[in-house]
Design a protein around this ligand. Sequence first.
Ligand code: ZN
Ligand code: ZN
Length: 482
Amino acid sequence: MLASYVNLCSIVKLSENMSLNQAYLQKYGYLHIPLSAKPLNYRPEELSNALRTFQKTTNLSVSGIFDVATLRMMDKPRCGLEDSGSDETLRYRVMGQWKKKFLTYRIYNFASDLGQGKTRSAIQAAFRYWSEVSPLRFRELYSGKADIKISFHRKEKSCPVPFDGRGHVLAHADAPESGLIHFDADELWTEGRSSGSNLRIVAAHEIGHALGLGHSQYYSALMGPVYSGYRSNFKLHPDDIQGIQALYGKPQSSNPVAPPGGSVPDLCKVKLDAVMLGPKEQTYHFSGQFVWTRSGSAPVLVSALWRGLPGDLNAAVYSPRSDKTYFIKGDKIWRYSGFKIDHGFPRRLSNIPANVDSAFYSNKNKKLIIFCLFQGSGYWQWDEFKPGNFKIYPLLISQLFKGAPSNTDAAMTWTDGSIYLFKGSQFWKVDPNKEKVKGSPENIIGNRWCKTPSQSNSNTSDSVPSADLSSGSCSYSCPCLL
Ligand SMILES: [Zn+2]
Ligand SMILES: [Zn+2]
């Protein structure tokens, strides 16, 4: 009896919702929309065929009849893209393809409930699902034009396809090589809980579209059209993997798609080889074969900027006195005027041991000082204009700067004479006047480097360099957060 009551009730609802359901089937590609402007009168078999396909796609029992389960399914949160419902093949679909396998992305704004950090890590994790099963590689940009452009917008904003407020359509994306991905800013975006919509999983789905996959007819595939909720152990469906591999191939262990010189570094995780305040007060960061400047410029090959210079440098230092840039690797030293190598370089270093850790220019006594690996704690001082007496070295770093670490990765001098020492994920600031380290080491990611001058709570000697104040932004910046 109960069953028939439910049926009766649902028939009433169904008739009320019939036009809505028809609109759903049209909107998501299950019903063909003729080009003429005539009112649409679908034949009953057209409607029931469309329903059958929808039911099959969404794992419902295939009846061709509107029932409660179908209604509920149509009410679930989903992706705004069509399902290509007329195609009967049960598998992934393809909407396009990028011609390259190394893609950049940029996040223009953030989910208000998650904030910048959690939005960023959810998107990063979403890209990882695809890079793990394909030769595709992704890197986030913080400025400039990226291949994949991610943003959150509401109903009324500039997108030609407005969202619908909280619920139903969660996100939409364009096929290659557009790269647009939009999330509905009215949704409650969450991570780690079943309430709201999980940004990581929905983002992985939309990235699938941006990479060229359409909706799968496997309901449980990531590329299925309906959001199937938060799963703590979420994994791609074999159909998702087959789809992406059909477009881009299988993952290659030797990573041959990366540019020559190895994979482009994740700027937030790299171990720095060298940092220098170079000509025109540009800050250069070196890691492996790559170099990048402040505020998230894309890494380029070291050899693309300084011709003939190898990667994996030990140290880089620019002398404002001579306007020369020195690079040290192994037992060799390179000298450049601007980006042009000076005649006679590289030369062999004869007076200091090979493989120094780092180098910086000291404004105080206008000398180049080289920190050296010698027993992990020694330093050499060298004047670029005078023949040095190297017999007195190494001296102890701890005698030069009290509290300085040994075995540094990189070092640099800022315009105010402050010296920064880098090791692993930390950095130290040295007050050259007091010849000692100021405070405790700080983390490179999320530190005061990345704050604008107004955010810096500091006394005079600790304030953001004056060069920054004029521009109103932090030019001595960590690329990770800008
Ligand atoms: Zn979709
Ligand atoms: Zn949009």
